[in-house]
Design a protein around this ligand. Structure first.
Ligand code: TMP
Length: 221
């Protein structure tokens, strides 16, 4: 059985990744392509526990190194228990965030030395690198506004905002620059789409990227 394909969605806060991950799964399933949607941090029972630990506002802040080690502990489990078995079984994996998020949040914004990131990447990700990464790009003020709206909704529901959602406009601008840099450095893997367009328009653009980059032309299928 052919290996499945691995697609990740990346971007700052409120960039619409989760919506697009779900919409892509719907389109693939409608075409008869078996796929799963998962997320980071999280995606396996242990990694979801690490997620709770990482996002708990009560224990913030922590160093970029502590965070990176935990994100990679969660990632190792997620890869081992969910992502690799699915790919080996021929299923496609759509993941809401992956290691580019560590590269941007902990290295570019948090100041973790890039060598530490590369070492963790080598040990944990090994060859399970995404075939395609969609970067949803939104201006800093849009990311901030969407994060603020989400926080208000959480407050109304009586939930605390997670620790990563309590950041300012400069933080959102640095995230945006970081993801654009990653995409520029790896154009064969990454595609940047305008995250301010309506969700259905973005979904069609995502599908076009999948067709162009991952699916062989109709005659050769
Ligand atoms: P989410 O809001 O997209 O579910 O992600 C949770 C937060 O975790 C988000 O603020 C980004 C952050 N994060 C990192 O800082 N490093 C990482 O490696 C990952 C996967 C997420």
């Amino acid at each position: 059985m052919a290996s499945g394909r691995f697609i990740t969605f990346e971007g700052g806060e409120g960039s619409g990744k989760s919506t697009q991950a779900r919409l892509l799964a719907d389109s693939l399933l409608a075409r008869g392509i078996d796929c799963i949607v998962t997320r980071e941090p999280g995606g396996s029972p242990f990694a979801e526990q690490v997620r709770d630990l990482l996002l708990d506002p009560a224990t913030h802040p922590h160093s970029a190194l502590s965070e990176a080690l935990l994100f990679y502990a969660a990632r190792a489990d997620h890869l081992e228990k969910v992502i690799r078995p699915a790919l080996v079984g021929g299923r496609w994996v759509i993941c809401d965030r992956f290691s580019d998020s560590t590269r941007v949040y902990q290295v570019e914004v948090g100041g973790l030395p890039v060598d530490a990131f590369r070492a963790l990447e080598l040990i944990v990700v090994k060859l399970t690198y995404p075939d395609l990464t969609i970067v949803l790009d939104v201006p800093a003020e849009v990311g901030l506004a969407r994060a603020t709206t989400r926080r208000l909704a959480q407050a109304i529901a009586g939930e605390d905002a997670d620790a990563y959602e309590k950041r300012d406009a400069d933080f959102h601008a640095r995230l945006r620059d970081g993801f654009l840099e990653v995409a520029k450095a790896e154009p064969h893997r990454c595609s940047v789409l305008d995250g301010t367009k309506p969700p259905d328009v973005i979904a069609a653009e995502v599908l076009a990227q999948v067709d162009r980059r991952l699916l062989p032309p109709a005659g050769s299928r």
